[in-house]
Design a protein around this ligand. Structure first.
Ligand code: SF4
Length: 404
């Protein structure tokens, strides 16, 4: 359920400025984790059910949806300061300079950071290392003093915080304190949840914490489809949680968090997309996002891969000699990645890793328990990693399965 970002979104300039839905071009919607949302299909059959098309169009054109999107955009813009904007321009200039020259140079600090509250999870989703209890790194919980220190290190420039990496953030009892602290420092805060801990009280605390954006994973409109991936999960519980949130917002007279249902498209649920748009409307969420699924070891194909090419992250290519189908990511994997200049991920135990694709922390750039953030961000290991992305991205394993 992660993070990872948009149906209908279109990059217009190297990931820096991006068109958010059909509305505005702005600095940072962009900030929102861009890569894992549904991208326009790059080829193959464009089989799309008419009902789905109609629901998708209706979803995008709702006036209420447009208003809440504008309000959310305004909230994001309101955390920008002169220093943060300057930093954004500087790091962007250094990224473009590096692309042009082919030499990794970096100026400025990241504007977006993900901090992981925990690696623990209550569910057992098959393509998630947290769900499969498959991490080689330690499992644990971030505490408030460490969170405060991590935030202190990045705070002057960072204006978008994702309180999520792996695991279920609501399992951390300090979660609301993390949100409040970041909001106090005028940072836009987002998180992602499987939606199993949103009882009336936690829904109320969520609203009162000041959380700006909440992504709730819901991959199905029937328990069978939902449970085929969210193993151990209850669709009814998630629906009830969303209703609790809507009620808590109404009671408090507050229109945050911006609620997003994230629907990961799989073979078992691809026929329910139109239904999900309808359900999202019924539950009163601000947006339904359709996302392509990432699979590990995708080359030989996976049972859960969707049939509809529009919702597939991988192309099927049949080997002409053996007749055996092989799968390849649709994305071009060109030698660049704005994320390496603009954001990073901090694990619950202080490791700094390049991005959310490095789930098991195989590329540790440093550790905040023994180093300053600035030192890590400007270290030779970070520079070397950026250089690899500019020259041989395909050689980096995590980057071969990434749509950035
Ligand atoms: S996996 Fe590689 S290309 Fe993708 S965001 Fe991470 S560093 Fe960038």
């Amino acid at each position: 359920m992660p993070p990872d970002w948009k149906s209908g979104s279109k990059k217009i300039s190297n990931g820096f400025f991006q068109q958010h839905d059909h509305t505005i071009i702005l600095i940072a919607d962009i900030v929102a984790p861009p890569s894992t949302q549904l991208q326009p299909s790059l080829g193959g059959d464009q089989i799309m059910d008419q009902g789905q098309k109609k629901e998708e169009k209706k979803e995008k054109c709702q006036p209420g949806r447009l208003i809440s999107l504008l309000a959310d955009t305004w909230r994001l813009m309101s955390v920008l300061t002169f220093r943060r904007i300057t930093n954004l321009l500087v790091l962007s200039a250094s990224y473009h300079f590096s692309r042009i020259t082919g030499k990794a140079r970096h100026a400025g600090m990241p504007y977006a950071v993900s901090i992981e509250p925990t690696t623990s999870c209550n569910l057992h989703c098959p393509e998630c290392p947290s769900g499969m209890r498959a991490f080689t790194r330690a499992t644990g919980m971030l505490d408030l003093p460490h969170f405060e220190r991590f935030l202190e290190e990045v705070q002057p420039h960072v204006f978008y915080l994702t309180l999520y990496f792996q695991g279920e953030p609501y399992l951390n009892t300090g979660f609301f304190d993390f949100v409040k602290l970041a909001r106090k420092r005028k940072i836009y805060v987002a998180t992602s949840t499987n939606g199993h801990f949103l009882n009336p009280e936690t829904a109320r605390q969520t609203v009162l914490s000041g959380l700006n954006r909440l992504i709730i994973s819901m991959d199905g409109t029937s328990q069978d489809a939902y449970g085929s991936y969210r193993v151990g999960g209850s669709l009814e519980k998630v629906k009830e949680g969303i209703r609790n949130l809507a009620e808590a917002k109404r009671m408090a007279g507050i229109n945050t968090p911006f609620l997003i249902i994230q629907f990961l498209v799989l073979k078992t649920n691809e026929h329910q997309i139109a239904d999900m748009y309808r359900l999202g409307k019924e539950l009163g969420v601000d947006k339904v996002e359709i996302k392509t699924a990432q699979f590990y070891d995708f080359e030989a194909g996976k049972e859960l891969m969707p049939d509809n090419d529009r919702y597939a992250r991988y192309n099927e290519i049949t080997d002409p000699e053996t007749g055996v189908p092989q799968y390849m990511i649709k994305h071009s994997l060109a030698n660049h990645c704005f994320r390496m200049w603009s954001s990073c991920v901090i694990t619950w135990d202080g490791m700094v890793v390049p991005c959310c694709y490095d789930k098991d922390a195989t590329h540790v750039m440093g550790n905040l328990n023994s180093q300053r953030f600035k030192e890590i961000w400007r270290s030779s290991s970070y520079r070397d990693f950026r250089q690899r992305i500019l020259t041989e991205r395909k050689a980096v394993e995590i980057c071969r399965n990434c749509v950035e």
